[in-house]
Design a protein around this ligand. Sequence first.
Ligand code: SF4
Length: 253
Amino acid sequence: MSAVVRHMLAQQMVDDRGLFIAERFGPTFQGEGPSLGRQALFIRLSHCNLSCGQGPGARWACDTPYTWDFAAYDPQDPEVRRRESVEDLVTWALSLPPKLVVLTGGEPLVQRPGLERLAGALHEAGREIEVETNGTLIPSPELVEAVTGFNVSPKLAAAGGREVMRIVPPALESFASCGKARFKFVATGPEECKGIAELVERFAMDEVWVMPEGTSADTVRAGLRDLAEEVLARGWNLSPRLHVELWGDERGR
Ligand code: SF4
């Protein structure tokens, strides 16, 4: 099933019964990007409009395929996908101490109406909210208002697939101009920094993080060493993957 068809089906399935999620977990640490090391709760939404690792030219694979690859994972299995109401998710988040709630995926904006309700309710309750997104879908003003920050992770050619699906100019322009976006790129090596720099300049991205790919501590550490000099020279920030360092690719950490 193509990414476009999967996206359309996911949109049709969003209704008032709540959001499709793969998992929720925490307290744990935010493992990447500007809030690295902060205590946080995670709500991981199902569905994605991309399929990183499966297209031509892919050099790394999605680390959460259970959120969208329903040829390999059964979406009827509640360990893979289940529906939870906004009220239940908010009640869970407010029952635990962390002030930061990370709404991730998959691609959370695929379920935009429910995501807006969830982010709005958590914001009203005084929680800080980060939304992790691939930057291909335009956020509504309501969502921009509710979130503390968007961690936008545009996908480079090494993710595979067609550029027209990965890089959507109106969406990236919308994030870059909203005042709440931090851009986080997964890179397989310093040679990818030229492509990152082109996007940074084209879309006037002013807060940039680069992160190695990898689901083992050794791979991530080697990637950090490989990227460090180039990232430093370009004036960007470098992010480890703390959860991988601590727990490898264990799910729900
Ligand atoms: S955008 Fe993210 S969740 Fe979607 S396929 Fe790519 S890496 Fe996986």
